[in-house]
Design a protein around this ligand. Sequence first.
Ligand code: FES
Length: 88
Amino acid sequence: MSGIPRVKVNLHHTFYYQYEPTLLDALESQQIPAPYNCRGGYCGCCKVRLLEGEVKYVQDSLVDLADDEILTCCCIPQSHIEIEIPED
Ligand code: FES
């Protein structure tokens, strides 16, 4: 892929990935509320649905994930992506 990955979140935020260490850091730098706890791939709090695109894991995930789920603390965008953060 060429160009900077674009990240769409819950249909109402769109930003360009600025090469933060993880997707969770990227969401936080955009002040998008994103759940987290351990930041280490083992609590599952940061689980979101990946609706479109691909991510690359930068640290191991120790949580069981469905095919369309990712941990934002463990990955970075590999292409333009669209994610859904659970809202309560
Ligand atoms: S914050 Fe715990 S798995 Fe990501």
